[in-house]
Design a binder for this molecule. Structure first.
Ligand SMILES: NC(=O)C1=CN([C@@H]2O[C@H](COP(=O)(O)OP(=O)(O)OC[C@H]3O[C@@H](n4cnc5c(N)ncnc54)[C@H](O)[C@@H]3O)[C@@H](O)[C@H]2O)C=CC1
Ligand SMILES: O=C(O)CCC(=O)C(=O)O
Length: 458
């Protein structure tokens, strides 16, 4: 497949991009999600390479798609029945050009090398966009936390950390949460790391509890940050959240706090989901009930409709995109929004789609949004607020300070504004006016590529 059009001004650039892309696919043929993430970046940065051929001379593309390190390991643990279980653990340390590796841990049965690599690759550019000194990494395990007791979760986390501890540290690699890893898991992971090191290194993990070095507003940061980003998109059109109907997929950390902030800014959030199905209430969802069900009781979203009879539960999560709305925020998982779902949203008049999850839209879905001039906010910009506040947590830990909620929230708002503006500016500089996919990729890529060049061939 050619990534460039035949009419492209520079055949050399076309050949280079295609050669690196094909070689990468040949080396790792079964990594579709990783290929998808690379494809988006390569497509977006084509004009950058045409204008700055030194990136080709330094062979940045071939270097950037190869992780600095990919670690896999056995995670044995004992379940409540006394059986020995074995999972596979991962950590990809993708790129440290601008800082220590930084990125979350995902515990989900679907986790494999392709998923971890796509997430780690995305993290490189996202972290660069935040303006914070953090490189790109990601990790996790094919462990399914669903239905596990607290003790099983603890034993799994302790076993996982027993190996991971060999590879991380406050100036080396700083993991955090992602799907299936929240405050409870970070607590168990931190406890085991501390026990092994015999020292209290708060900065080794972020998303920690407030009692032992966590930052206020980290829990809220990804969801709030996504809404602050959409606020900028709306502002650009002279609009606000007031009166807008919003559909948000998922009902986890990102979705809950996106919901909370959107409602605070005057929107009506009419639907959210989990992997079993979605709930819908045209008069608006109650975020406190969603929090109680999901954060506290760890129950299914279907139970929301038993508490609020005005809401309907529908089985099957993908149906959520057939609900008419002004703003759609996919905040659950990768490739949850496909071509058919995108067409449905467009037919129903959606104005803005912004990705709270990592790579939730397929390439075909994005093409439909672009063809129909739907404003589109890409994940690496929209959901960067979480990792940005993680970097603020690292800063607080190393200076032994802790900032108020308002201070962190103010910084988060400024970071999201800057990401929006830098993405807009980068797009405009490369004649892609208004295209936030190109702008975010270009702004993230140039920063990392320049730092790589300054540090030599390593
Ligand atoms: N937690 C964070 O700070 C950040 C998370 N992200 C991304 O946001 C997304 C969500 O992560 P979290 O909220 O942290 O995870 P979480 O584990 O708190 O929640 C995930 C939610 O998605 C639901 N879900 C899973 N598959 C689904 C499907 N096919 N359809 C509908 N719902 C589904 C789950 O039931 C759960 O409610 C992921 O893509 C993650 O990589 C991105 C940046 C930061
Ligand atoms: O806070 C972090 O370090 C990681 C957040 C994350 O995993 C992500 O941005 O996808």
């Amino acid at each position: 497949m050619s990534l460039l059009t035949k009419n492209d001004a520079s055949i050399d650039v076309q050949n280079y991009i295609d050669r690196v892309y094909e070689k990468m696919k040949q080396k790792d043929p079964n990594q579709d999600e990783f290929h998808q993430a690379v494809y988006v970046i390569f497509k977006s940065i084509k004009p950058v390479l045409i204008k700055n051929p030194h990136y080709i001379k330094h062979n940045i593309l071939e270097r950037i798609v190869e992780p600095e390190r990919l670690i896999t390991f056995r995670v044995p643990w004992i379940d409540d029945q006394g059986n020995i279980q074995v999972n596979r653990g991962y950590r990809v340390q993708f790129n440290s050009a601008i800082g220590p590796y930084k990125g979350g841990l995902r515990f989900h049965p679907s986790v494999n090398t392709s998923i971890i690599k796509f997430l780690g690759f995305e993290q490189i550019f996202k972290n660069a966009l935040t303006g914070q000194p953090i490189g790109g990494g990601k990790g996790g395990a094919d462990f399914d936390p669903k239905g596990k007791s607290d003790n099983e979760i603890m034993r799994f986390c302790q076993s996982y950390m027993t190996e991971l501890a060999n590879h991380i540290g406050p100036d080396t690699d700083v993991p955090a949460g992602d799907i299936g890893v929240g405050a409870r898991e970070i607590g168990y992971l931190f406890g085991q790391y501390k026990r092994m090191r015999k020292s209290f290194e708060a900065g080794v993990l972020t998303g920690k509890g407030l009692l032992y070095g966590g930052s206020l507003a980290r829990k809220e940061a990804t969801g709030y940050g996504a809404i602050y980003f959409v606020k900028e998109m709306l502002n650009n059109q002279g609009q606000t959240f007031a009166g807008k109907k919003v559909v948000i997929s998922g009902s986890g950390n990102v979705s809950i706090y996106a919901m909370e902030k959107a409602i605070e800014l005057g929107a009506t959030v009419i639907a959210c989901s989990d992997s079993n199905g979605y709930i819908y209430d045209d008069s608006g969802l109650n975020v406190q009930t969603v929090k109680q069900l999901k954060e506290v009781e760890r129950r299914r979203i279907s139970e929301y409709a038993l508490i609020h009879p005005s809401a309907t539960f529908v089985e099957g999560s993908s149906g959520i995109w057939s609900i008419p709305c002004d703003i759609a925020l996919p905040c659950a998982t990768q490739n949850e929004l496909d071509k058919q779902a995108a067409q449905k949203l467009v037919d129903n008049g959606v104005k803005i789609v912004a990705e709270g999850a990592n790579m939730p839209s397929t390439a075909d879905a994005i093409a439909i949004f672009q063809d129909h001039k739907v404003q589109f906010g890409p994940a690496k910009a929209v959901n960067a607020g979480g990792v940005a506040v993680s970097a603020l947590e690292m800063g607080q830990n190393s200076s032994r300070m802790s900032w108020s909620f308002e201070e962190v929230d103010q910084k988060l708002q400024q970071i999201m504004k800057d990401i929006y503006q830098n993405s807009i500016n980068a797009a405009e500089a490369y004649r892609k006016k208004g295209n936030l996919i190109s702008g975010a990729s270009i702004a993230g890529f140039t920063k990392v590529a320049d730092a790589m060049i300054e540090q030599g061939v390593i």
